[in-house]
Design a protein around this ligand. Structure first.
Ligand SMILES: C[S@@+](CC[C@H](N)C(=O)[O-])C[C@H]1O[C@@H](n2cnc3c(N)ncnc32)[C@H](O)[C@@H]1O
Length: 474
């Protein structure tokens, strides 16, 4: 049952049955009273697992041989599945994915939250389980990743690539032929840019040496039909830049915003770089219920527009707005929720760390003639202060949508003191959400739980919880 593999530090465990799906898309198996977490498998698979990490109470491993496959498996539809890090759950049917996402939320709230829970609303799935993203960022590489099949074929392959990072590898890029994440013409645009670049002598980026001309390509689609393409290169080469952008303009007249950045820095971030608008508008727009959101090349916007609308509608419904409420929208990003609920609220205060997102939030209020929002930029634990509360008043409703790490303990403490009538807690990490809900449980009861799937084919799940303040003397 147990063999020591000479090349490996840890053992190979043979013919082990995968039991259940647990956190972060990994599955759990048991061996000699130890649990092993394994990626890329499905509950019911029987596999040989190469242990890659060993701790006191658990191990991590990689399936190296399949003896039999789970009934839950379906044929993945993407040729890049298993190598690309994008859609790791394609081997499960969408219904199975939804089942495990719901279970993940329930397990976390029960095990970590340890609070009284109502019956859960069934997870809201996506109507579209493919082509749902509005933004993709591709990277050029001078020596793209070769798959085992390619290596074993003995053939020569073009190594210059435009695609996605191999999971965990900053320097390895998988050339993408077709991606099922973003609607047309995303694939055609990427392939046209790659072909154009392949026909020139300028080097594709080398992430190790940090040199090379062609760096990144960002494509943003929007539910208004507007379309942004942003090309990033290392140095200014006017004829080439003009050439590729003119080619895109001619072949894809639907591009409404054609921009580029010359990024001479060693790292890929371009938030501190000048974006030059070559043709069209510097922005595209998303729209919900007639409210337009301006999205610039550096703006944050939820990456699944259709499902973001569903998420926001549920958030607004849980908030129970009648037009008289003072609402605090914590971690407001570009103020999308704040502006979305503003017409049903008396006043909305949005708070967010990133100053440029707050600028977008104010612009979005402005272009929609929304006059009852106020936005603040800064760290939540500093901005959500007694001063701010004295200035604006105690909120009737708090909407909070923190990053994966959840809320800072000082922020949770402040929410306890505030004792708003309702808190709507939107989260992309059910574990930290459950932790925060337990901390809030002295003062708040959980009334509703609604998981929402924003990212089909991945293990990620969003969850909305409605908390209601307990009567003061309870
Ligand atoms: C999950 S996003 C919220 C998205 C937003 N509600 C929306 O729907 O578009 C979390 C946001 O929290 C912000 N953030 C992270 N840490 C923060 C902190 N310590 N203080 C304030 N904002 C923070 C991030 O910049 C990010 O915009």
């Amino acid at each position: 049952m147990r063999k020591q593999n000479k090349k490996q530090k840890f053992e190979l465990i043979e013919q082990i049955r995968i039991e259940e799906m647990v956190a972060e898309g990994k599955c759990l198996a048991r061996h000699n009273n130890m649990v092993i977490f394994v990626g890329g498998v499905a509950p019911g698979d029987v596999v040989d697992v190469q242990v890659t990490k060993k701790k006191k109470s658990f191990m991590e491993g990689r399936a190296v041989r399949f003896h039999s496959y789970s009934d839950l498996r379906v044929e993945p539809f993407c040729e890049h599945f298993g190598v690309c890090g994008g859609c790791k759950w394609q081997h499960l049917s969408y219904d199975t994915q939804l089942h495990y996402k719901q279970k993940q939320v329930q397990d976390n709230l029960e095990r970590i939250g340890k609070v009284a829970l109502p019956a859960f609303d069934p997870i809201l799935g996506n109507d579209q389980d493919r082509y749902y993203r509005n933004k993709l960022e591709f990277t050029f590489s001078w020596n793209g990743w070769l798959t085992n099949e390619q290596i074993n074929s003995g053939q020569e392959f073009e190594r210059r690539a435009l695609g996605f990072h191999i999971p965990g590898r900053f320097d390895k890029i998988l050339n993408i032929e077709h991606c099922y994440l973003q609607p047309d013409p995303s694939n055609a645009i990427r392939l046209a840019v790659r072909d154009y670049a392949l026909n020139l002598d300028l080097p594709f980026y080398d992430a190790v040496k940090q040199e090379g001309f062609w760096r990144n390509l960002v494509i943003r689609t929007a539910n208004t039909g507007e379309l942004m393409v942003l090309l990033l290169v290392k140095w200014d080469e006017p004829e080439v830049i003009t050439g590729v952008l003119d080619m895109l303009h001619e072949r894809f007249p639907e591009i409404t915003s054609l921009q580029y950045v010359v990024n001479p820095k060693l790292n890929d971030t371009y938030h501190d770089q000048e974006v030059i608008c070559y043709k069209g508008s510097p922005y595209i727009h998303e729209e919900m219920e007639g409210i337009r959101f301006r999205v610039g090349p550096k703006s944050f916007y939820q990456t699944n527009s259709e499902q973001a609308y569903e998420l926001y509608k549920i958030t607004r419904e849980f908030a129970g707005l009648t037009g008289n409420e003072l609402v605090y929208d914590l971690y407001t990003g570009a103020g999308t929720i704040a502006n979305f609920v503003a017409r049903q609220s008396r006043e909305v205060i949005g708070i967010e760390y990133v100053p440029s997102a707050i600028e977008d939030a104010k612009i979005n209020s402005g272009i929609n003639n929304i006059t009852n929002t106020t936005f603040y930029a800064g760290d939540m634990k500093d901005i959500l202060s007694d001063d701010l509360i004295a200035r604006h008043g105690r909120p009737d409703v708090v909407i909070t949508d923190p990053p994966r790490a959840g809320m800072h303990p000082d922020v949770v403490e402040k929410l306890q003191q505030l004792h708003a009538d309702r808190i709507v807690y939107v989260s992309c990490n059910p574990a930290t959400q459950a932790r925060d809900i337990e901390l809030l449980s002295d003062k708040y009861d959980v009334l509703r739980v609604q998981p929402v799937d924003m990212f089909p084919q991945t293990h990620h799940v969003e969850n909305i919880v409605l908390l209601k303040s307990k009567p003061v003397n309870s």
